[in-house]
Ligand binder design. Structure first.
Ligand SMILES: C[S@@+](CC[C@H](N)C(=O)[O-])C[C@H]1O[C@@H](n2cnc3c(N)ncnc32)[C@H](O)[C@@H]1O
Length: 260
């Protein structure tokens, strides 16, 4: 889909980030290998028990969350555009003695169709800003889901971008910036990356248009990741951000079901 220089720019940037993230304390690969889950309270509570379900994890990065779902009994396929991320995901699966299918693909090109539908399509924290077009993305979600299957997303709230001085509404041209990454060793991975803003209404409407019935939308005043400047951990693992003295919604989640 992104058959242009932004695809190459983002792929190269994420290759660099995947290597740096794999070595970071932020992602804590050693903790995962010793048995900790990388999944957070929101998705664990909301997605429920995936045991025995076929799950597609879109934009799986180097597979920590994918493999954490495997530990919960899901049969997982992870898809990511970065060859380095996919290679690291396969390495991690081997080291953890876990089984998952990791496929290197642009999300827009990944369509298994009716021959291999999934019971669950999952995507999370920091995924949508890399996608220029949510209508095509929603088509990929629907094309990969079985009828009655569940789509679940937990994502950073776009209001944070607005309050940081970026557009809330989608612009034709992406925002292109050269910067380090968000992990504590992030200065090692300075790259130029292109992002696109997506208001919450665009996410919801794109899914409705492809026949996903929205079951639930939630907004959270805390993030399970301490990844934005000024966050305060008021309860263990819950990071809050205030604006003019009030908590902002920092994460949202959406659960939907594919209709006939
Ligand atoms: C912030 S990470 C997502 C992390 C996620 N919370 C997880 O499960 O670990 C964003 C991921 O999106 C991937 N990505 C970006 N653009 C993509 C595209 N067009 N197709 C597939 N993956 C893409 C990147 O390579 C990166 O691994």
């Amino acid at each position: 889909m992104l058959g242009n220089h932004y695809l190459e720019m983002n792929r190269a940037g994420w290759d660099l980030r995947a290597k740096t993230h794999f070595e970071s304390k932020f992602y804590d690969v050693e903790g995962f290998l010793s048995g900790h889950t990388s999944l957070r309270e929101i998705e664990l509570a909301e997605l429920g028990n995936p045991a025995g379900k076929r799950m597609l994890h879109l934009q799986c990065h180097f597979g920590l969350d994918t493999l954490s779902w495997v530990r919960q009994g899901a049969i997982c396929t992870g898809v990511d555009i970065s060859p380095v991320a996919i290679q690291k995901a396969r390495e991690l699966a081997g080291r953890a003695l876990l089984d998952a299918d990791f496929i290197c693909s642009d999300v827009y090109d990944f369509r298994r169709g009716s021959s291999a539908p999934y019971d669950i399509v999952f995507t999370s924290y920091g995924a949508l800003c890399w996608l220029p077009d949510l209508s095509e993305w929603a088509e990929v979600v629907a094309a990969n889901l079985s009828v009655g299957g569940t789509f679940y997303i937990v994502e950073f709230h776009p209001i944070h971008d607005l309050l940081s001085g970026y557009s809330y509404f989608t612009q034709a041209a992406p925002d292109v910036e050269e910067e380090g990454t968000y992990t504590e060793n992030g200065a090692d991975a300075v790259a130029k990356l292109a992002t696109w803003a997506h208001p919450l209404s665009s996410v919801i409407n794109a899914l409705i248009e492809v026949g996903i019935q929205i079951q639930r939308v939630n907004e959270f005043a805390y993030s399970p990741y301490n990844c934005f400047e000024g966050m305060v951990e008021r309860e263990p693992g819950r990071y809050y951000l205030s604006h003019l003295g009030q908590d902002i919604p920092i994460v949202y989640s959406l659960t939907g079901t594919k209709l006939d």
